[in-house]
Ligand binder design. Sequence first.
Ligand code: XIL
Length: 374
Amino acid sequence: MISRRRALGLSAAFAAFPARASESVLRANDISLRALAAAKGILFGSAAASYELRDTDFAALLPREAAVLVPEYEMKRDVIEPKPGSYDFSGCDTLLGFAAGQGLKLRGHPLVWHWANPAWLEDVVRTRRDPRLLTDYVTRVVRNYRGRIRSYDVVNEALIPPDGGAGGWRPCFWLDVFGPNYLDLAFHAAHEADPDALLIYNDFGCEQGTPANDRFRRHTLELLDGLLKRSVPVQGLGLQGHLAAFGAKIDQRKLAAFLGELEARGLAVLVTELDVDDEVGPRDIASRDRAVADEARRFLDVVLDCRATRTVLTWGLSDRYLDPPQSLRLKLTGWQDRRLAYDRALSPKPLRAALAQAFQGARSRPEANKASSR
Ligand code: XIL
Protein backbone atom coordinates (compact mmCIF):
# COMPACT_ATOMS: atom_id res chain seq x y z
CA MET A 1 0.00 0.00 0.00
CA ILE A 2 1.51 3.33 -0.95
CA SER A 3 1.24 6.52 1.05
CA ARG A 4 -1.04 9.18 -0.29
CA ARG A 5 1.79 11.62 -0.72
CA ARG A 6 3.95 9.43 -2.97
CA ALA A 7 0.92 8.76 -5.15
CA LEU A 8 0.16 12.41 -5.57
CA GLY A 9 3.26 13.23 -7.67
CA LEU A 10 2.78 16.96 -7.22
CA SER A 11 4.92 19.46 -9.13
CA ALA A 12 7.72 21.58 -7.62
CA ALA A 13 7.49 24.98 -5.86
CA PHE A 14 7.13 28.35 -7.64
CA ALA A 15 6.47 31.95 -6.53
CA ALA A 16 4.04 32.59 -3.67
CA PHE A 17 0.50 33.55 -4.63
CA PRO A 18 -0.58 37.12 -3.66
CA ALA A 19 -3.12 37.10 -0.81
CA ARG A 20 -6.74 37.39 -2.03
CA ALA A 21 -8.77 40.44 -1.01
CA SER A 22 -10.71 39.48 2.10
CA GLU A 23 -14.36 38.64 1.41
CA SER A 24 -17.30 38.28 3.76
CA VAL A 25 -16.75 34.85 5.24
CA LEU A 26 -19.69 32.53 5.85
CA ARG A 27 -20.19 31.89 9.54
CA ALA A 28 -18.40 28.57 9.93
CA ASN A 29 -20.69 25.52 9.66
CA ASP A 30 -23.92 27.55 9.35
CA ILE A 31 -24.84 25.87 6.11
CA SER A 32 -23.32 22.53 5.15
CA LEU A 33 -21.13 22.22 2.09
CA ARG A 34 -23.42 19.51 0.73
CA ALA A 35 -26.44 21.83 1.02
CA LEU A 36 -24.64 24.79 -0.56
CA ALA A 37 -23.49 22.58 -3.43
CA ALA A 38 -26.86 20.83 -3.87
CA ALA A 39 -28.59 24.23 -4.15
CA LYS A 40 -26.64 24.66 -7.40
CA GLY A 41 -27.16 21.07 -8.59
CA ILE A 42 -23.67 19.95 -7.55
CA LEU A 43 -22.72 16.90 -5.48
CA PHE A 44 -20.07 17.71 -2.86
CA GLY A 45 -18.20 14.95 -1.11
CA SER A 46 -14.94 13.50 0.08
CA ALA A 47 -12.68 10.50 0.02
CA ALA A 48 -12.95 8.47 3.21
CA ALA A 49 -11.28 5.39 4.66
CA SER A 50 -13.19 2.80 6.66
CA TYR A 51 -10.82 3.07 9.64
CA GLU A 52 -11.69 6.79 9.93
CA LEU A 53 -15.30 5.88 10.69
CA ARG A 54 -14.23 4.55 14.08
CA ASP A 55 -13.52 8.17 15.04
CA THR A 56 -16.97 9.21 16.26
CA ASP A 57 -16.28 12.95 15.93
CA PHE A 58 -15.07 12.55 12.37
CA ALA A 59 -17.89 10.11 11.54
CA ALA A 60 -20.35 12.82 12.63
CA LEU A 61 -18.68 15.56 10.57
CA LEU A 62 -18.47 13.54 7.34
CA PRO A 63 -22.21 13.11 6.59
CA ARG A 64 -22.88 16.66 7.76
CA GLU A 65 -20.67 18.06 5.00
CA ALA A 66 -20.54 15.37 2.30
CA ALA A 67 -23.31 14.02 0.07
CA VAL A 68 -21.03 11.47 -1.62
CA LEU A 69 -18.00 9.46 -0.52
CA VAL A 70 -15.26 7.72 -2.47
CA PRO A 71 -13.09 4.93 -0.98
CA GLU A 72 -9.59 6.26 -0.33
CA TYR A 73 -8.09 2.79 -0.68
CA GLU A 74 -10.80 0.14 -0.13
CA MET A 75 -11.50 -0.24 -3.86
CA LYS A 76 -7.84 -0.50 -4.88
CA ARG A 77 -7.27 -3.87 -6.57
CA ASP A 78 -4.62 -4.84 -4.00
CA VAL A 79 -7.39 -4.68 -1.38
CA ILE A 80 -10.23 -6.16 -3.46
CA GLU A 81 -8.35 -9.08 -5.08
CA PRO A 82 -5.32 -9.87 -2.90
CA LYS A 83 -5.09 -13.35 -4.43
CA PRO A 84 -6.15 -14.35 -7.95
CA GLY A 85 -9.92 -14.83 -8.03
CA SER A 86 -10.28 -14.21 -4.27
CA TYR A 87 -12.38 -11.04 -3.79
CA ASP A 88 -12.68 -9.08 -0.54
CA PHE A 89 -15.36 -6.36 -0.66
CA SER A 90 -15.49 -5.92 3.13
CA GLY A 91 -13.78 -2.52 3.20
CA CYS A 92 -16.00 -1.12 0.46
CA ASP A 93 -19.04 -2.69 2.10
CA THR A 94 -18.19 -0.90 5.37
CA LEU A 95 -18.05 2.44 3.57
CA LEU A 96 -21.19 1.64 1.57
CA GLY A 97 -23.07 0.66 4.73
CA PHE A 98 -22.06 3.90 6.42
CA ALA A 99 -22.96 5.96 3.35
CA ALA A 100 -26.34 4.27 2.86
CA GLY A 101 -27.12 4.66 6.58
CA GLN A 102 -26.44 8.39 6.36
CA GLY A 103 -28.19 9.00 3.04
CA LEU A 104 -24.91 9.47 1.19
CA LYS A 105 -23.83 8.05 -2.18
CA LEU A 106 -20.58 6.16 -2.78
CA ARG A 107 -18.47 6.53 -5.95
CA GLY A 108 -16.28 3.68 -7.23
CA HIS A 109 -12.54 4.38 -7.57
CA PRO A 110 -10.49 3.10 -9.34
CA LEU A 111 -11.34 0.06 -11.46
CA VAL A 112 -8.16 0.03 -13.58
CA TRP A 113 -4.93 1.75 -12.44
CA HIS A 114 -1.21 1.20 -12.90
CA TRP A 115 -0.67 1.39 -9.13
CA ALA A 116 -2.01 -0.27 -5.94
CA ASN A 117 -2.41 -3.62 -7.69
CA PRO A 118 -1.81 -6.94 -5.93
CA ALA A 119 1.80 -8.21 -6.21
CA TRP A 120 0.72 -11.19 -8.34
CA LEU A 121 -1.08 -9.22 -11.08
CA GLU A 122 1.59 -7.68 -13.30
CA ASP A 123 3.55 -10.87 -13.93
CA VAL A 124 0.36 -12.81 -14.69
CA VAL A 125 -0.84 -10.11 -17.13
CA ARG A 126 2.55 -9.99 -18.86
CA THR A 127 2.74 -13.79 -19.06
CA ARG A 128 -0.82 -14.73 -20.00
CA ARG A 129 -1.65 -11.52 -21.93
CA ASP A 130 -5.33 -12.37 -21.39
CA PRO A 131 -7.68 -9.32 -21.47
CA ARG A 132 -10.01 -11.16 -19.12
CA LEU A 133 -7.51 -10.35 -16.36
CA LEU A 134 -8.80 -6.81 -16.78
CA THR A 135 -12.39 -7.29 -17.96
CA ASP A 136 -13.36 -10.05 -15.52
CA TYR A 137 -12.19 -7.89 -12.60
CA VAL A 138 -14.11 -4.84 -13.78
CA THR A 139 -17.21 -6.94 -14.41
CA ARG A 140 -17.02 -8.59 -10.99
CA VAL A 141 -16.68 -5.31 -9.07
CA VAL A 142 -19.31 -3.35 -11.03
CA ARG A 143 -21.81 -6.22 -10.97
CA ASN A 144 -21.26 -6.61 -7.23
CA TYR A 145 -22.29 -3.00 -6.63
CA ARG A 146 -24.82 -2.64 -9.44
CA GLY A 147 -27.53 -0.15 -8.46
CA ARG A 148 -25.68 0.80 -5.24
CA ILE A 149 -22.63 2.55 -6.77
CA ARG A 150 -23.68 4.69 -9.74
CA SER A 151 -20.44 6.42 -10.76
CA TYR A 152 -16.95 4.99 -11.38
CA ASP A 153 -13.47 6.16 -12.21
CA VAL A 154 -13.07 3.33 -14.71
CA VAL A 155 -9.46 4.08 -15.70
CA ASN A 156 -7.14 6.18 -13.55
CA GLU A 157 -4.02 8.08 -14.69
CA ALA A 158 -3.37 6.52 -18.12
CA LEU A 159 -1.38 9.60 -19.23
CA ILE A 160 2.12 10.57 -18.18
CA PRO A 161 2.42 13.20 -15.41
CA PRO A 162 2.86 16.78 -16.66
CA ASP A 163 6.54 16.81 -15.67
CA GLY A 164 7.07 13.42 -17.39
CA GLY A 165 8.70 12.62 -20.72
CA ALA A 166 7.58 12.80 -24.36
CA GLY A 167 4.40 11.21 -25.69
CA GLY A 168 1.11 10.92 -23.83
CA TRP A 169 0.66 7.43 -22.51
CA ARG A 170 1.91 6.54 -19.04
CA PRO A 171 4.11 3.43 -19.39
CA CYS A 172 2.56 0.57 -17.42
CA PHE A 173 1.92 -3.15 -17.80
CA TRP A 174 -1.63 -2.59 -19.04
CA LEU A 175 -0.27 -0.42 -21.87
CA ASP A 176 2.64 -2.74 -22.60
CA VAL A 177 0.39 -5.79 -23.02
CA PHE A 178 -2.85 -4.39 -24.50
CA GLY A 179 -1.82 -1.00 -25.85
CA PRO A 180 -4.18 1.99 -25.38
CA ASN A 181 -7.02 -0.45 -26.09
CA TYR A 182 -6.93 -1.34 -22.38
CA LEU A 183 -9.10 1.71 -21.80
CA ASP A 184 -11.68 0.44 -24.34
CA LEU A 185 -11.70 -2.96 -22.63
CA ALA A 186 -12.27 -1.37 -19.22
CA PHE A 187 -15.07 0.99 -20.22
CA HIS A 188 -16.97 -1.61 -22.27
CA ALA A 189 -16.76 -4.13 -19.41
CA ALA A 190 -18.01 -1.55 -16.91
CA HIS A 191 -20.88 -0.49 -19.18
CA GLU A 192 -21.96 -4.08 -19.83
CA ALA A 193 -21.87 -4.78 -16.07
CA ASP A 194 -24.02 -1.71 -15.28
CA PRO A 195 -25.41 0.26 -18.24
CA ASP A 196 -26.79 2.90 -15.83
CA ALA A 197 -23.48 3.77 -14.18
CA LEU A 198 -21.67 7.05 -14.96
CA LEU A 199 -18.26 6.06 -16.39
CA ILE A 200 -15.38 8.49 -15.92
CA TYR A 201 -11.76 8.74 -17.07
CA ASN A 202 -9.78 10.17 -14.13
CA ASP A 203 -6.38 11.87 -14.12
CA PHE A 204 -4.27 14.73 -12.77
CA GLY A 205 -2.32 17.24 -14.85
CA CYS A 206 -4.99 19.33 -16.58
CA GLU A 207 -5.25 21.87 -13.80
CA GLN A 208 -2.15 24.07 -13.74
CA GLY A 209 -0.91 26.48 -16.41
CA THR A 210 2.63 25.32 -17.26
CA PRO A 211 3.64 24.21 -20.80
CA ALA A 212 3.72 20.62 -19.48
CA ASN A 213 0.08 21.01 -18.43
CA ASP A 214 -0.74 22.41 -21.87
CA ARG A 215 0.65 19.17 -23.36
CA PHE A 216 -1.30 17.14 -20.81
CA ARG A 217 -4.58 18.86 -21.65
CA ARG A 218 -3.92 18.19 -25.33
CA HIS A 219 -3.19 14.51 -24.67
CA THR A 220 -6.30 14.26 -22.52
CA LEU A 221 -8.52 15.61 -25.30
CA GLU A 222 -6.85 13.26 -27.79
CA LEU A 223 -7.50 10.33 -25.43
CA LEU A 224 -11.15 11.28 -24.97
CA ASP A 225 -11.70 11.98 -28.67
CA GLY A 226 -10.28 8.55 -29.48
CA LEU A 227 -12.65 6.86 -27.05
CA LEU A 228 -15.65 8.84 -28.33
CA LYS A 229 -14.73 8.13 -31.96
CA ARG A 230 -14.65 4.37 -31.21
CA SER A 231 -18.02 4.64 -29.38
CA VAL A 232 -16.40 3.67 -26.09
CA PRO A 233 -18.94 4.44 -23.29
CA VAL A 234 -16.98 7.19 -21.50
CA GLN A 235 -19.26 9.88 -20.06
CA GLY A 236 -16.92 12.31 -18.39
CA LEU A 237 -13.52 13.43 -17.18
CA GLY A 238 -12.40 13.32 -13.56
CA LEU A 239 -10.10 16.23 -12.79
CA GLN A 240 -8.27 15.04 -9.69
CA GLY A 241 -7.58 18.61 -8.63
CA HIS A 242 -4.34 18.12 -6.71
CA LEU A 243 -3.32 21.79 -6.50
CA ALA A 244 -0.26 23.51 -5.04
CA ALA A 245 -0.48 26.57 -2.79
CA PHE A 246 3.17 27.47 -3.40
CA GLY A 247 3.81 25.55 -6.59
CA ALA A 248 2.61 25.67 -10.19
CA LYS A 249 -0.59 27.74 -10.30
CA ILE A 250 -3.91 27.39 -12.02
CA ASP A 251 -4.17 29.38 -15.28
CA GLN A 252 -7.86 30.29 -15.20
CA ARG A 253 -8.04 31.20 -18.88
CA LYS A 254 -6.46 27.93 -20.04
CA LEU A 255 -8.56 25.87 -17.62
CA ALA A 256 -11.81 27.56 -18.72
CA ALA A 257 -10.99 26.92 -22.38
CA PHE A 258 -10.24 23.26 -21.63
CA LEU A 259 -13.51 22.81 -19.73
CA GLY A 260 -15.29 24.38 -22.70
CA GLU A 261 -13.81 21.67 -24.91
CA LEU A 262 -15.15 18.98 -22.57
CA GLU A 263 -18.60 20.58 -22.47
CA ALA A 264 -18.64 20.85 -26.27
CA ARG A 265 -18.08 17.06 -26.40
CA GLY A 266 -21.04 16.46 -24.13
CA LEU A 267 -18.77 15.13 -21.37
CA ALA A 268 -19.47 15.55 -17.65
CA VAL A 269 -16.78 17.14 -15.47
CA LEU A 270 -16.10 15.85 -11.96
CA VAL A 271 -13.51 17.18 -9.54
CA THR A 272 -12.51 13.92 -7.90
CA GLU A 273 -9.60 14.45 -5.46
CA LEU A 274 -9.30 18.15 -4.60
CA ASP A 275 -6.63 19.11 -2.12
CA VAL A 276 -3.98 21.84 -2.01
CA ASP A 277 -0.40 20.90 -1.17
CA ASP A 278 1.14 23.55 1.09
CA GLU A 279 4.66 22.12 1.26
CA VAL A 280 7.56 24.52 0.59
CA GLY A 281 5.34 27.24 2.08
CA PRO A 282 6.26 29.51 5.00
CA ARG A 283 5.97 28.09 8.50
CA ASP A 284 3.28 30.65 9.37
CA ILE A 285 0.00 28.71 9.53
CA ALA A 286 -2.30 31.63 8.68
CA SER A 287 -0.47 32.47 5.46
CA ARG A 288 -0.33 28.79 4.47
CA ASP A 289 -4.06 28.35 5.09
CA ARG A 290 -4.85 31.52 3.13
CA ALA A 291 -2.72 30.42 0.18
CA VAL A 292 -4.42 26.99 0.19
CA ALA A 293 -7.87 28.60 0.21
CA ASP A 294 -6.97 31.14 -2.49
CA GLU A 295 -5.67 28.56 -4.96
CA ALA A 296 -8.67 26.28 -4.37
CA ARG A 297 -11.03 29.19 -4.92
CA ARG A 298 -9.32 30.22 -8.17
CA PHE A 299 -9.73 26.64 -9.39
CA LEU A 300 -13.33 26.20 -8.21
CA ASP A 301 -14.52 29.53 -9.63
CA VAL A 302 -13.56 28.30 -13.10
CA VAL A 303 -14.70 24.70 -12.66
CA LEU A 304 -18.08 25.69 -11.19
CA ASP A 305 -18.64 28.20 -13.97
CA CYS A 306 -18.74 25.23 -16.36
CA ARG A 307 -22.27 23.80 -16.71
CA ALA A 308 -20.85 20.32 -17.26
CA THR A 309 -19.42 20.18 -13.73
CA ARG A 310 -21.51 17.85 -11.59
CA THR A 311 -19.41 16.85 -8.60
CA VAL A 312 -16.67 18.23 -6.36
CA LEU A 313 -14.87 15.79 -4.08
CA THR A 314 -11.95 16.60 -1.82
CA TRP A 315 -9.37 13.92 -1.15
CA GLY A 316 -10.25 13.82 2.53
CA LEU A 317 -12.13 16.24 4.76
CA SER A 318 -9.65 16.76 7.60
CA ASP A 319 -5.87 17.03 7.97
CA ARG A 320 -6.25 14.59 10.87
CA TYR A 321 -5.68 11.56 8.65
CA LEU A 322 -2.99 12.86 6.34
CA ASP A 323 0.23 10.84 6.13
CA PRO A 324 3.34 12.55 7.51
CA PRO A 325 5.48 14.27 4.85
CA GLN A 326 7.83 12.04 2.84
CA SER A 327 10.83 14.35 3.14
CA LEU A 328 13.03 13.71 6.17
CA ARG A 329 13.73 17.44 6.47
CA LEU A 330 10.03 18.16 6.89
CA LYS A 331 9.57 15.17 9.17
CA LEU A 332 12.42 16.38 11.42
CA THR A 333 10.80 19.81 11.71
CA GLY A 334 7.47 18.22 12.72
CA TRP A 335 5.81 19.61 9.59
CA GLN A 336 2.14 18.77 9.22
CA ASP A 337 0.30 19.19 5.92
CA ARG A 338 -2.73 21.48 5.92
CA ARG A 339 -4.20 20.60 2.53
CA LEU A 340 -7.85 19.97 3.52
CA ALA A 341 -10.94 21.87 4.71
CA TYR A 342 -10.77 20.93 8.40
CA ASP A 343 -7.72 20.87 10.64
CA ARG A 344 -6.61 17.96 12.84
CA ALA A 345 -8.90 19.19 15.64
CA LEU A 346 -11.81 19.13 13.14
CA SER A 347 -12.07 22.93 13.12
CA PRO A 348 -12.97 24.55 9.78
CA LYS A 349 -10.15 26.34 7.96
CA PRO A 350 -10.16 29.07 5.30
CA LEU A 351 -10.39 26.30 2.68
CA ARG A 352 -13.79 25.31 4.07
CA ALA A 353 -14.96 28.91 3.68
CA ALA A 354 -13.51 29.01 0.15
CA LEU A 355 -15.51 25.89 -0.77
CA ALA A 356 -18.68 27.39 0.73
CA GLN A 357 -18.19 30.70 -1.07
CA ALA A 358 -17.41 28.95 -4.36
CA PHE A 359 -20.64 26.96 -4.17
CA GLN A 360 -22.60 30.08 -3.16
CA GLY A 361 -21.20 31.97 -6.14
CA ALA A 362 -21.65 29.11 -8.60
CA ARG A 363 -24.21 29.18 -11.42
CA SER A 364 -27.12 26.80 -10.89
CA ARG A 365 -27.37 23.74 -13.13
CA PRO A 366 -30.78 23.49 -14.82
CA GLU A 367 -30.66 19.71 -14.58
CA ALA A 368 -30.04 19.77 -10.83
CA ASN A 369 -31.80 16.45 -10.28
CA LYS A 370 -29.55 14.69 -12.83
CA ALA A 371 -26.42 15.92 -11.05
CA SER A 372 -27.79 14.69 -7.74
CA SER A 373 -28.55 11.24 -9.13
CA ARG A 374 -25.00 10.00 -9.86
C1 XIL B 1 -4.03 6.92 -2.73
C2 XIL B 1 -4.57 6.83 -1.29
O1 XIL B 1 -4.61 8.13 -0.72
C3 XIL B 1 -3.70 5.89 -0.46
O2 XIL B 1 -4.29 5.72 0.83
C4 XIL B 1 -3.63 4.55 -1.16
O3 XIL B 1 -2.77 3.72 -0.41
C5 XIL B 1 -3.09 4.71 -2.58
O4 XIL B 1 -3.91 5.62 -3.34
N1 XIL B 1 -4.40 9.55 -7.12
C6 XIL B 1 -5.42 8.67 -6.99
C7 XIL B 1 -5.75 8.08 -5.66
O5 XIL B 1 -6.19 8.46 -7.94
O6 XIL B 1 -6.35 6.79 -5.77
C8 XIL B 1 -4.52 8.01 -4.79
O7 XIL B 1 -4.95 7.65 -3.49
C9 XIL B 1 -3.83 9.37 -4.73
C10 XIL B 1 -3.40 9.78 -6.12
